[in-house]
Design a protein around this ligand. Structure first.
Ligand code: HEC
Ligand code: HEC
Ligand code: HEC
Length: 190
């Protein structure tokens, strides 16, 4: 875990992370500041220790109104909170570095926040309300159902079924423009 300066190694990672590793005063002493430890207050939303921007859209499936294209991956950037423990260049480049998901690079550089796809809290192994695995649980304010199929992510097939940013993602791995009718999205025939 890096200190608030984004470069000095802080407390070593153990077998657990704590609520206060994310929810903490933005100037706490444990990670190199001069203020009190603990979630007493922060200039960042949700009493988060560092900056974390969430993708937003007017309705689920519609255009994202606050894209961060080619984001600053430093401690000043929109995903500084995640960068406390994750090397964001490795995550962004996971195509090259560890191949977990080839489209990571494209989505992060097109400006989508981690929050569109990942929950920061844990998720159960199986539940009707989660949409994937490995902390992939789409933000229901941003992502919509594709036709009548439930929002889903398949790690095995590396595909998603959903509509996001006006784009339909289909089970066969293809993507295309989506159209909204009476609040429901469907694939455009064009
Ligand atoms: C990896 C970072 C991380 C950890 C660890 C974490 N949280 Fe959070 N928490 C977040 C983020 C990001 C949000 C805001 C987004 C959301 O609501 O999902 C949040 C939101 C919340 C909220 C809602 C706050 C609001 O303003 O609506 C509560 C309450 C909360 N967390 C409590 C906890 C508790 C209790 C723990 C420990 C058991 C914990 N969190 C651990 C990142 C974290
Ligand atoms: C306090 C340290 C810490 C912070 C902050 C943190 N993570 Fe993590 N995260 C971890 C650790 C440790 C693991 C590895 C857990 C394991 O290997 O079992 C992990 C794993 C993950 C995974 C992979 C899960 C899997 O099952 O393979 C994802 C995705 C992830 N984090 C996303 C995020 C995002 C997004 C943020 C910012 C909101 C974030 N993390 C912030 C410590 C952190
Ligand atoms: C468009 C959706 C999407 C966005 C945006 C996204 N991720 Fe992911 N992420 C995924 C998927 C899908 C996987 C692969 C999960 C699996 O292996 O099943 C993944 C994997 C990961 C992993 C695990 C291993 C690795 O390094 O590839 C981490 C850590 C992670 N993401 C962090 C982040 C962080 C931090 C951000 C924001 C800077 C982010 N992700 C943005 C969808 C997304």
């Amino acid at each position: 875990m890096l200190d608030l300066d984004g470069s000095t190694p802080g407390r070593a990672m153990g077998t657990q992370i704590f609520c206060t590793d994310c929810h903490n005063s933005d100037d706490n002493r444990e990670f190199g500041g001069s203020g009190p430890n603990g979630p007493h207050g922060s200039r960042w939303t949700h009493i988060l220790e560092r900056r974390y921007e969430f993708s937003r859209s007017v309705t689920p499936g519609a255009q994202i109104s606050n894209l961060f294209p080619s984001p600053d991956l430093s401690v000043n950037g929109p995903y500084a909170l995640c960068g406390k423990c994750h090397n964001l260049s490795t995550v962004e480049n996971s195509t090259l570095q560890n191949g977990s998901w080839p489209a990571h690079y494209k989505h992060i550089n097109d400006g989508f926040s981690c929050s569109a796809c990942h929950t920061a809290h844990g998720m159960g192994a199986s539940s009707g309300t989660i949409t994937g695995e490995r902390l992939v649980n789409f933000d229901g304010n941003v992502v919509a159902e594709n036709g009548s199929s439930p929002i889903s992510y398949s790690h095995a097939a590396n595909t998603c079924v959903l509509v996001c940013h006006g784009v339909a993602h289909n089970a066969d791995g293809t993507v295309g423009k989506a159209i909204a009718r009476k609040g429901l999205w469907s694939r455009s025939k064009h």
